[in-house]
Design a protein around this ligand. Structure first.
Ligand SMILES: [Zn+2]
Length: 255
């Protein structure tokens, strides 16, 4: 299947100073990251929102940690897909490139992307709820059974560095994301359904400031009517194709 990429998009990209890729669950799903809803062994009886919230954690931290240890193990085995790698290569070719992601699986960084704003945290990181000391998975997972990691400094509870249901987005990452979106010349909205606010407002912020908006998705979304270009399909197919077309355009012609 060949991908229809317009000359308008290519020239917007070649002339762009600032490009943002805003990514969501669809990008992770293409790598095989499960949604942790439904048929997931012993965890089948829980909905993610019943475990991924502060009340559940304070009530039964062992249970929530056991679930996260399980999720961390699964995600650690999963690899970035060609779309993740294409975005990492694009970063090297453009003067300013940022990824704003709603995904917590760390696959953008593992693919080599450097400038990544994580709106919902990162499942490979953890921190002490009392003193904010960060902890890597190696430092805490498997130390206790049942797993209930505590801070070496203050004995506080350690939690995964992810945004739970009912929690605000990290202020710093959100602020950087808004500035990146508002100063973008081109913004890609990739694999995101555009329904989870406030994150979903990112593409519209860029559009209001005059950015060229491109959506890449296997089906239309609420955003589709507002974009300059809609590319229907898998980001793991479209992004590598877009990157190679971009490289061809980008190279100065032979003298
Ligand atoms: Zn501590």
């Amino acid at each position: 299947m060949s991908v229809e990429i317009s000359g308008r998009l290519l020239s917007a990209l070649v002339n762009a100073q600032r490009v943002v890729a805003f990514t969501g669950a669809g990008v992770s799903a293409e790598s095989g990251v499960p949604t942790f809803r439904g048929n997931d062994g012993i965890w089948e009886k829980f909905k993610p929102e019943e475990l991924a919230n502060l009340n559940a954690f304070m009530r039964s931290p062992e249970l929530v940690w056991e679930w996260y240890a399980h999720r961390k193990r699964i995600i650690a085995e999963i690899q970035p897909n060609p779309g993740h790698y294409a975005l990492a290569k694009m970063e090297q070719m453009l003067p300013h490139f940022a990824i704003i992601t709603q995904n917590i699986d760390n696959l953008h960084r593992r693919a080599g992307s450097k400038n990544v704003y994580e709106l919902h945290g990162n499942i490979e990181r953890n921190y002490c709820m009392k003193c904010r000391t960060p902890y890597s998975d190696d430092e805490i997972i498997g130390r206790d059974v049942p797993c209930l990691p505590r801070c070496r400094r203050c004995n506080g509870l350690i939690r995964p560095d992810v945004v739970w249901f009912g929690e605000l987005l990290p202020e710093d990452e959100w602020g950087k994301s808004v500035s990146a979106a508002e100063s973008a010349d081109v913004l890609f909205s990739i694999g995101t359904s555009g329904v989870v606010y406030p994150a979903a407002s990112i593409p519209l912020m860029a559009k209001r400031q005059g950015a060229f908006i491109v959506e890449i998705n296997p089906q239309p979304t609420l955003l589709t009517d507002h974009v300059d270009e809609f590319l229907l399909g898998a980001s793991g197919v479209i992004l590598p194709e877009l990157y190679s077309r971009f490289i061809l355009e980008h190279q100065p012609p032979e003298p």
